[in-house]
Write a protein that binds this ligand. Structure first.
Ligand code: ADP
Ligand code: MG
Ligand code: MG
Length: 883
């Protein structure tokens, strides 16, 4: 097997296409060599070797050693030196490099190959003993730390003592002799700490460093990073061994890092920093203040330290040219690392540069306009999920954060306000013009008005798809959910946070993008949608096949959705309408009514309210499709709970509180989410569905009379599992339509369809399609019912499942393509088989998740529907899925 790939001297055995085998760093070093750029020669040991190493009890294959020896020879030949040679020793760096860049894996070891003999040779060759001994001591420190696991402090201690003894302020004051004596102290200390002398044999050093890179693949930092970024364990890392060049050889040497464009704004201007007479990570380590590369950047920063452009004009000129070559070659903004040794420029790394969401938009649009990439490529390059950052206020990254708790980043954006513990208090405060954060253990549909009034929502229980999270995302309000380290003490009216006690009225800030809860108010940055944003959106719209709708239940939501480009409403939940102001009372009367006539009386009060809701929404949507779901939640949720509520309802109905209490007890359910809800309500009490259908049709008739554009309402029956359920409800709805048309003397079109949210519905979708003109996959409930997991309670153990590798993704966040997805595939196929023109869409939370949207495209759904603030993300993701 070929384990080792050499690069150098304008040639390379690998190329940029070999990232899987050579890691990102190795593949790009090879590519730069082949492009004829100045790259110190070296070789890469493959990621396959890493896999072999772990598969064989951390041992190497027999043929590795000879391959490494041969590669070292070749590198030495190109560099005009020999590894371990007493006259012209080759020194190397040993660098890790996985397929995806993984900060925090292993630190690089520089100057490897130095020992008591080679250091003399370097000193003589360079005519600079100070440089040689400085490099040697750096090597000893790095090697001991990275390979032998000795703490940095051990060396820092010695350095501090010596500085004090010589009366120096900074390291640079040490002379060659000082460093020599410090190295003696270092070596003595190493022997006492490790029980063995510092390895003098360069080959032993090399194998030590190589082993350390492979072992670092499994260090806890790397394991955590991979888990957070979904990088598979099986990928492995490569090792790069590369001839050293020295940025610490005097005032005509330097080391630096640069981006070909500004990574925070995307501006087309080289952006970077360097340090004179420095090595490796000194620039990022922040020991000295780095200098600007270009003169323009220096002026803009008002720095009085000379730019590279002024200081080393020749090296600067070749660097600018190389930066441009690399950007054109890779057709993307590059992140570069370089070193200048005695005026000569060397390239040490290139990769695609990380950038902010707004920089990504600008770079993509600019590059497409420059003709460097196509519009489709520009669309594909934007991380759809990152658009979220642009649509909400964010905490100023430079602001200090006083963190008092941590929860789930349930709904993005940040908000500041006074603590309130109830929805009533939130509304009162809002009426007085105060800004509040609603703090609850968890929320329920009754809190909708409080959530509306609040700037943000904080709950101490519940996951990413808890009520608070879903509703907050729908409203575009920041929310932190499940902040388990915080405790709400309702009795005392306080929030306990890390030993502190906060009362109602105290100001906190929540960051729904990170899950942080902060004390006090924090400066914010307001979202700014640039022209680049709409340009990319326009290109995305040209490329996508699926339509994008929004889940919206108020005219305000509908307006937001349209402003973000929604092409209809895919889910208008009607139950939220019943929690508003005076309506809940009429709703409760209706629920607890024990005769049909009493129920009809209460429904008659609700009818005009519902009708006006729909009328407004139809007006906003101006002829675009609107899917309205009939009442879905368990009646249980609407029951009066407190004695006060019971008394209020009893009075309104003219019955005794006792009688009402009995009735509420009778309606109590143990497992309401699997209880009397969905179409089951319409079957027990058809008059509810009839009232809703009437409200919808009357509003549609009104809209038809008023405006020219006809509304085609789509009536959606929830929680159907048996085709006869749908038929029963559809017959009632059709009858109402007929009556309204006769009464009003008009005709209008409408559709009746169903949600597919039970496994049985998916399996019998052909039968159901006979009575359904559309299916909308309600993947929140479908995930619950397929897994048998309650989404309100799952957060506590799903995290453990992830940590133990049992699941990779929270199925409520990203659709479980294998299981739930299989049901979607079956239902789509059977639905089309029974009714070829059936409309298929998705309206669960997954409709706004890019990975789930890709799945929807693969099944050929007609549209996705998501919360209004995710509409741009869905438009982009739908385009990417289609490209
Ligand atoms: P990371 O992946 O953390 O960026 P690198 O392997 O890129 O680590 O090494 C960090 C720095 O070490 C480089 O940016 C460069 O300054 C320095 N370095 C690495 N190899 C060499 C080399 N052969 N000659 C000179 N400097 C090097
Ligand atoms: Mg690097
Ligand atoms: Mg549902």
């Amino acid at each position: 097997t070929k384990w080792v790939y050499v690069f150098g001297d304008g040639r390379a055995e690998g190329s940029a296409g070999d990232k899987n085998l050579l890691g990102g760093k190795g593949a790009n070093l090879a590519e730069m060599c082949s492009l004829g750029l100045p790259v110190p020669p070296g070789f890469t040991i493959t990621t396959e070797l890493c896999s072999h190493y772990y598969a064989n009890g951390r041992t190497y294959p027999d043929d590795l050693k000879t391959q490494v020896e041969a590669a070292l020879e070749e590198v030495g030949r190109v560099a005009g030196r020999r590894f371990g040679d007493a006259d012209q020793p080759l020194l190397v760096s040993v660098r890790s490099g996985a397929r995806a860049s993984m900060p925090g894996m292993m630190d690089t070891v520089l100057n490897l190959g130095l020992n008591d003999a080679t250091v003399e040779a370097i000193a003589a060759e360079a005519g600079d003993a100070r440089f040689a001994y400085d490099s040697y001591r750096r090597f000893i420190q790095m090697y001991c730390n990275v390979v032998l696991g000795l703490d940095h402090d051990v060396f820092e201690e010695i350095l501090e003592e010596e500085k004090a003894r010589f009366g120096y302020e900074v390291d640079t004051e040490f002379s060659a002799e000082d460093w020599q004596s410090i190295i003696v102290l270092y070596k003595r200390r190493i022997e006492t700490e490790l029980g063995a002398p510092f390895p003098q044999d360069p080959h032993e050093q090399l194998w030590g460093a190589v082993g350390a890179v492979f072992s670092s693949w499994m260090n806890p930092r790397a394991v955590t990073y991979r888990r957070l970024h979904d990088i598979p364990e099986s990928w492995g890392t490569a090792v790069n061994v590369q001839a050293m060049v020295f940025g610490n050889r005097g005032e005509d040497s330097a080391t630096g890092v640069a981006f070909t464009r500004d990574p925070s704004t995307g501006e087309k201007a080289l952006y970077g920093e360097f340090l004179v007479n420095a090595q490796g990570e000194d620039v990022v380590a922040g020991i000295r203040t780095p200098q600007n590369i270009t003169e323009a950047a220096r002026l803009a920063a008002g720095s009085d330290k000379p730019s590279l452009e002024k200081l080393m004009p020749e090296a600067f000129a070749s660097f600018i040219q190389i930066a441009d070559t690399l950007e054109r070659h890779y057709r993307d903004m590059q992140d570069l690392e370089f070193t200048i040794e005695r005026g000569k420029l060397w390239m040490l790394q290139t990769r695609s540069g990380k950038r902010t969401a707004s920089a990504a938009l600008k770079v993509a649009v600019d590059m497409a306009n420059e003709g460097l990439i196509t519009r489709e490529e520009a669309v594909s390059r934007i991380d759809a999920a990152s658009l979220d950052q642009l649509l909400h206020p964010t905490i100023d990254p430079s602001a200090p954060r006083d963190i008092i708790g941590m929860g789930l980043p349930a709904s993005p954006g940040a908000a500041t306000g006074e603590i309130v513990f109830s929805s009533e208090a939130a509304e009162e405060a809002k009426a007085e013009g105060r800004r509040v954060i609603l703090v609850r253990v968890e929320t329920s549909p009754e809190d909708i008005h409080g959530m509306h009034a609040a700037e943000g929502i904080l709950t101490t229980r519940g996951g990413m798809t808890s009520h608070a999270a879903v509703v907050a995302r729908g409203m575009g309000k920041p929310c932190v959910s499940g902040a388990g380290s915080l405790r709400v003490d309702h009795k005392k009216g306080v929030l306990l946070a890390m030993g502190q006690m906060l009362k109602a009225g105290d100001v906190i800030t929540i960051d729904g993008s990170t899950g942080q809860v902060l004390k006090g108010s924090v400066p914010m940055l307001q979202p700014e949608l640039s022209g680049d944003f709409s340009t990319i959106m326009g290109w995305a719209d040209e490329a996508r096949r699926m339509r994008v709708r929004a889940n919206a239940e108020t005219p305000a939501d509908a307006r937001t959705a349209r402003s973000f480009g929604a092409e209809g409403i895919g889910l208008c939940r009607t139950e939220h309408m019943f929690f508003e102001d005076g309506r809940i009372l009429a709703m409760r009367e209706m629920i607890v009514a024990d005769t049909e006539s009493a129920r009809r009386a209460a429904l008659a009060k609700l009818l005009p309210m519902q009708r006006s809701d729909f009328a407004e929404i139809f007006e906003v949507m101006a002829g675009l499709p609107v899917t309205i779901r009939l009442l879905d939640p368990p009646l249980h949720e609407f029951l009066p709970k407190t004695e006060e509520e019971i008394a209020e309802v009893a009075e309104a109905m003219g019955v005794s509180a006792d009688k009402l209490r009995q009735r509420t007890e009778a309606l109590h359910e143990f497992n309401p989410m699997l209880g009397h809800r969905g179409c089951r309500l319409a079957i027990s009490y058809p008059e509810i569905a009839e009232m809703q259908a009437r409200a919808i049709f009357e509003a549609a008739a009104d809209a038809a009379e008023k405006a020219g554009k006809p509304v085609v309402p789509e009536i959606m029956v929830p929680l159907v599992g048996i085709s006869a359920e749908l038929t029963f409800v559809k017959d009632r709805v059709d009858a109402v339509a007929k009556t309204v048309m006769e009464e009003r003397g008009v005709t209008f079109d409408y559709l009746v369809g169903t949600m597919i949210e039970l496994p049985r519905a998916a399996l019998r979708a052909d039968e159901i399609a006979a009575g359904a003109e559309f299916f909308s996959f309600g993947t929140n409930d479908l995930t619950q019912t397929t897994f048998g997991i309650s989404r309100d309670d799952a957060a506590s153990f799903l995290e453990t499942y992830r940590a133990r590798g049992i699941i990779e993704q929270d199925p409520f966040v990203s659709l479980d393509v294998d299981g739930v997805g299989e049901l979607v595939r079956i239902a789509s196929a059977k639905g089309r088989q029974a009714r070829s023109e059936i409309k298929l869409g998705i309206c669960g939370e997954h409709g706004g998740d890019p990975a789930s949207i890709r799945f929807c495209e693969s099944v050929g759904l007609d549209y996705v529907s998501c919360s209004p603030f995710r509409v741009p993300i869905a438009r982009l993701a739908a385009a990417q899925a289609a490209i």
